[in-house]
Design a binder for this molecule. Structure first.
Ligand code: AHN
Ligand code: ZN
Length: 219
């Protein structure tokens, strides 16, 4: 979806909408697909509401929203090559010749109760100033409880990597990750990733922060 496609001053927002075709982290029914309320659903939900807000507030900034497919696909050999198929395809085949944006924000697993978003390694590597900017906005809005200033190492391949490396758009990943447990959350890639673990306060914290970031780009 493209808002004010004629403007050069643009922000790119993205999330993956597919859900994992297996439950590799569960003890039961490992070969059945997960619901993925948090993994595939939460980022899409927040971005749909941001689209609605942008439509009514009419800021003077271009906004592109992309829902990528096959982020969480599991291929024959389960290698890292099988992740992020949609974003890799898009980065190699941009929907518009010469497309670019000032920066990009990826939302991944942004709906669980008490979620902690730490500063993910690749985001800091490619777009540390934007990451600091977004974390400052979150703090100003009173969401420091979710937006934690700790840095984390490589937590996995995610859609912002092809967007940074191939499309060359500096992009950050807002992703739940706890450095203490060294994990995403206990329900990750299990059948427990359903609506019971979704908390609207977390969705609101992320939505307000990302929307405020978009509105600040308007001129
Ligand atoms: C891997 O675990 C390879 N990547 C983390 C990104 C991810 C998976 N996000 C949701 N599911
Ligand atoms: Zn996943």
């Amino acid at each position: 979806g493209a808002y004010k496609p004629e403007l050069n001053n643009r922000v790119l927002l993205f999330a993956h909408w597919d859900t994992r075709p297996n439950a590799d982290q569960d003890d039961e029914r490992k070969d059945e697909p997960i619901l993925g309320a948090n993994d595939g659903g939460s980022g899409v939900g927040v971005l749909l509401e941001i689209a609605r807000q942008v439509q009514s507030k009419r800021p003077n900034v271009g906004v592109d929203i992309i829902f990528f497919d096959a982020e969480d696909y599991v291929g024959e050999n389960g290698s890292s090559e099988d992740y992020c198929l949609g974003s890799r395809y898009w980065a190699n085949n941009l929907h518009k010749i010469g497309y670019s944006a000032n920066f990009g924000i990826l939302l991944d697993m942004v709906g669980a109760k008490d979620a902690m978003f730490t500063k993910e390694y690749h985001s800091m590597n490619y777009a540390s100033a934007y990451m600091q900017h977004v974390w400052n906005i979150a703090a100003d809005l009173g969401h420091k409880n979710h937006f934690n200033s700790r840095m984390t190492k490589h937590v996995g391949i995610d859609d912002h990597i092809p967007v940074n490396e191939i499309a060359k758009i500096p992009s950050i990943d807002i992703i739940q990750y706890d450095p203490e447990t060294r994990g995403f959350s206990p329900h990750w890639h299990t059948h427990d990733d359903n609506m019971d673990i979704i908390d609207k306060e977390t969705l609101q914290a992320v939505g307000e922060t990302v929307l405020a970031t978009v509105l600040m780009e308007a001129n």
